[in-house]
Write a protein that binds this ligand. Structure first.
Ligand code: M6R
Length: 365
């Protein structure tokens, strides 16, 4: 059932172009986004005052990325919260708001409890869920099903990618309905969304071997720091979690500008620092944070888009991804980071698909 792949994780990494395409196609009609299956009308979309995205683990990281995209395209304020925090803090919820629960399994105990908490307070809830008929899918007022298919590996890859696409579709459609983006921009964004599956496939194809080589070299790393700003910070969080959960390397994600408020004291000769630079307006800022790490001896990997070749003046190893609209960069940049986590785990001979101490679906609080 691994279809010739050594592990489910790498099989599922390869399934991402299809999973993303299927999920996107499920809400595309004549090259426009149609949320009628999800059950949100234009009138309802116009009234949303505030969005609360609540989730755990990688699904929370989707929320972190989605926050930037939704706020920028719709100008609706977005707050992202860990389900295990949200449910216990007596949250203040605007009655005209929308609570979005993101979950692959639809059974995560804290996410389900957060959903129930929100419903009890009479606020509308939307689930972005992969498993059909799961508790969150059944109990949420509206459901946007991701079409990732069954995900076996404990470390999520394809479900995460489909959750991202679902959140982009919501952002673009909400932006259009609320007249925050022009018709021309709307069409441009949809056209760009449609290119993502092929770009993801190309990254897997082009980078697999190089990243495997790099991962083998880094297999003995004790720590790794993933840094970026804005959307690149959200990507850092997912890259960091991917690597730590399957390879047991201690990793941290840091907003690049925060490093010098404490964490940079951990950088010493040879410490691996991975800089993520997909956002043009933040590029120089993050490069200068990478330079600061380098002058303390860090070994630098840069992850940026084609064209930014001067990163090689700073980084010791560089991975380039295809250009896309800056809002959607997470979908591309996460792919090399998934591969990196996977191949470090393989190089260390670990149980990739079932890392120690973890369960696929966390049904305890
Ligand atoms: O099923 P869910 O999406 O609700 O699961 C949430 C997290 O448990 C999950 O994303 C976890 O962090 C993954 N193991 C990350 O790869």
């Amino acid at each position: 059932e691994k279809a010739g792949f050594e592990h489910f994780m790498i099989k599922e990494i390869h399934e991402q172009p299809k999973a993303v395409r299927d999920t996107l196609n499920s809400v595309l009609k004549d090259d426009r986004i149609d949320l009628s299956e999800v059950g949100l009308t234009d009138e309802e979309i116009k009234k949303i005052s505030q969005i609360y995205i609540v989730a755990c683990g990688s699904a929370y990281h989707v929320g972190m990325a989605a926050q930037y995209v939704i706020e920028d395209l719709t100008r609706i304020p977005v707050r992202v919260e860990l389900a295990s925090e949200f449910r216990y803090r007596n949250p203040i919820l605007d009655p005209e708001g929308l609570v979005v629960i993101v979950s692959q399994s639809g059974e995560t105990a804290d996410s389900l409890a957060a959903l129930r908490e929100a419903k009890q307070r009479g606020i509308r809830t939307l689930g972005i869920v992969n498993v059909v008929g799961s508790s969150i899918a059944r109990e949420a007022d509206n459901v946007f099903y991701t079409l990732a298919g069954p995900e076996i590996s404990v470390a999520t890859t394809k479900a995460y990618s489909t959750q991202l696409i679902a959140s982009y579709a919501l952002a673009v459609q909400f932006g259009k309905v609320r007249e925050q983006i022009t018709e021309e921009k709307y069409q441009e964004l949809i056209a760009e969304l449609k290119t993502l599956p092929d770009k993801i496939a190309k990254i897997i194809e082009d980078d697999k071997e190089r990243i495997q080589w790099f991962a083998a070299k880094q297999a003995n790393a004790r720590d790794a720091f993933f840094i970026g700003r804005g959307i690149d910070y959200a990507i850092s969080m997912e890259g960091s979690l991917k690597m730590k959960e399957v390879s047991y390397v201690h990793t941290e994600a840091y907003a690049a500008g925060e490093l010098k408020h404490g964490t940079i004291s951990l950088i010493e000769d040879g410490t691996l620092v991975i800089g993520i630079l997909t956002q043009n307006h933040l590029y120089e800022k993050t490069v200068s944070n990478m330079v600061e790490c380098k002058s303390r001896g860090a070994y630098l990997m840069g992850l940026t888009t084609y064209g930014h070749y001067n990163i090689e003046d700073t980084a010791d190893f560089t991975v380039y991804i295809p250009k896309t609209d800056s809002h959607f960069a997470t979908s591309l940049a996460v792919i090399p980071l998934q591969l990196l986590g996977y191949y470090v785990s393989v190089a260390k001979g670990l149980d990739v698909d079932k890392p120690r101490n973890l369960a696929k679906s966390v049904t305890v609080e």
